[in-house]
Design a protein around this ligand. Sequence first.
Ligand SMILES: Cc1ncc(COP(=O)(O)O)c(C=O)c1O
Length: 363
Amino acid sequence: MSERVFNFSAGPAVLPEPVLKKAQADLFAIPGVGMSILEVSHRSATFEQVIKEAEEDLRKLLGVPENYKVLFLQGGASLQFTMVPMNLLPKGQSADYILTGSWGQGAIKEAKKLGTVREAATTADTNFNRLPKSEDIKLDPNAAYVHFTSNETIFGVEFQDEPVAGEVPLICDMSSDFISRPVDVAKYGLIYAGAQKNAGPAGATIVIVRDDLLEKIPDGLPAMLDYKNFAKNGSMYNTPPCFAIYICGLVFKWALNDIGGLENVQALNKEKAEILYKAIDASDGYYRGHAEADCRSLMNVTFRLPSEEQEKKFIKDATAAGLDGLKGHRSVGGLRASIYNAFPKAGVEKLVEFMGEFQKNNG
Ligand SMILES: Cc1ncc(COP(=O)(O)O)c(C=O)c1O
């Protein structure tokens, strides 16, 4: 099959077509270099330029202030569940975690192995279908940091505004809505994101960290787990994930130059999500959204059908119709349509049309 399907996967996820075409063209031999990006040394001038441009473009796209370092790491967002407390949670202090889904649970589990964790709020009682109201978030003014997950990929709940943490550094797992909208980076102490949703392929993890936090990191951490070490070495303490960084760089250029920046990216994402949520809401209860209306994710749209049997049939028929990757995570069940930045509006329209037909024939 060489035709592309509509890929609703939660990650690794759909990439922009111009990015794939450019990568394809460079894959045999980069013009003027005579070898592919897969083969080039990370110490070469070619790769130095790739990583420099990727960082510059990300800084421009997201408006990263001068006093923040941009790091390209490995180990996925999951390794950040460990690196954050290892670097930033000193003995004798505790860290606040706002728990709104499975990824937050993962972050807490790892942090507890390394230090004291306080749950500042949780929405577990309603199977993470909502976000806590600001008055229900009980923050400790002496915490080492406050951690939250801006978009819980599995449940499909997304913060509109970041929690107000005052002087305490705000740390965010932004894996599944990174570069999907403008963000005021200056409000954060550290942002991390696995690349494989909006930013590129699996293999690179992006960390944006404020300089004063780097200065507080204790000496003597294992080299591969020490932010300072990667900051000092321009993300190249060891061999970085060269190909993943190269693709991320192309994605940043696409978002900047083809789409015109994050305000435009956000407008497109809103338009796509609205089409889908409207169809769910107009289905007389046949399709039921998991997330409460005011915290619905623009990235991962989670919904159920009247029975598991119908859900199974929906997924099977949708896959046959070229709508791939719609099966929801087992902790929510049902369906999940991940419609990241590169997911085309035509795919959302096709899904909505399919939903209407399916309801007519099976409802
Ligand atoms: C919000 C969030 N955090 C963390 C992760 C884990 O990422 P990784 O697989 O890169 O470790 C994911 C993966 O889907 C995610 O969606």
